[in-house]
Design a protein around this ligand. Structure first.
Ligand SMILES: [Zn+2]
Length: 291
């Protein structure tokens, strides 16, 4: 385990926030989240980059696994299809075509969708499996951003729920700065620690996902982080499609009572997000430009 300073303000002044167990393991190991003086919540101490892979080895890890293998599979497919179109529309309002880099793109569902729309896609992931994807000729997979040549500059770089997994944030932003065109856009989607459903689940709130999620942003702290690396947020959106997923994974048991409770919390969350905006959504999307 390693101790780190706050990645937002750089200081080391924090207090205990909450203890969380690994939701994918039966191990009694507890992980400590701390809250910095600047309000940012993060995992500290955390497994080092060399040791984190053991926590990704669970067969449960495919982030949407739990939803694919049961009756909710069809609902999952529908939500996923709506989500892909939502992401595509957000990007199209800035750039109609070009080159896109998806950082931490997993098994490449988004990469494949963008390739089908005619984009040239580079998918970065430590373990990327693109063999089964359609339009492979428009997708290049790399394991590390450093491997991408400077003349490969991108119109769009996306981090769909990957920022919270990355150890070296300084190096990440340095690579993004190197690879994004001056008029390019950076899209960052993250779970929001201000999520309306969070108080109903306490330390069982699924997006805590310790020790895989290293950071817990809200709009203010994400804005501070982007400013630190010379990016400014130009648009922000609520990711409504993540609300049912975050709630279903937070339910402690698969019983009718828990399901009913989940439905009520879902209705409450959606209403709060509609009334109060992206700062109070389950997950948050921001679009940034170089400042
Ligand atoms: Zn801080």
């Amino acid at each position: 385990m390693e101790n780190i300073n706050c990645i937002v303000c750089g200081k080391n002044i924090s207090t205990a926030y909450i203890e969380v167990s690994d939701r994918l393991s039966k191990s009694p190991e507890l992980f400590q989240l701390v809250k910095c003086d600047c309000n940012f919540v993060y995992l500290n101490p955390r497994p080092s980059q060399a040791n984190i892979s053991t926590y990704y080895n669970s067969p449960e890890y495919d982030p949407h696994n739990n939803l694919k293998n049961n009756k909710l599979g069809k609902l999952y497919k529908l939500v996923q299809s709506v989500a892909l179109r939502f992401k595509f529309r957000r990007i199209s309002s800035f750039h109609k075509s070009g080159k896109i880099l998806d950082v931490g793109g997993g098994n490449g569902e988004f990469a494949a969708f963008m390739a089908l729309q005619g984009w040239k896609v580079v998918l970065q992931d430590k373990i990327s499996k693109i063999d089964n994807l359609r339009d492979r000729e428009n997708i290049i997979a790399v394991q590390n951003l450093e491997k991408i040549k400077k003349d490969e500059c991108f119109n769009v770089i996306t981090l769909w729920h990957s920022l919270e997994h990355i150890h070296n944030i300084e190096e990440l932003y340095s690579q993004i700065n190197r690879l994004l065109k001056p008029d390019g856009i950076l899209l960052i989607a993250i779970p929001n620690i201000n999520a309306p459903e969070k108080p109903f689940f306490n330390n069982k709130w699924a997006p805590f996902d310790a020790p895989r999620h290293l950071y817990h942003f809200q709009l203010n702290t994400l804005n501070e982080l982007c400013n630190r690396y010379k990016f400014e947020i130009v648009r922000k959106f609520s990711l409504f499609q993540d609300t049912p997923y975050n709630i279903l994974l937070s339910l402690s048991e698969n019983t009718p009572f828990q399901f009913l409770r989940g439905m009520l919390v879902f209705c409450y969350s959606i209403i709060v997000t509609i009334l109060r905006g992206p700062e109070h959504s389950s997950s948050l999307l921001v679009i940034c430009r170089k400042a």
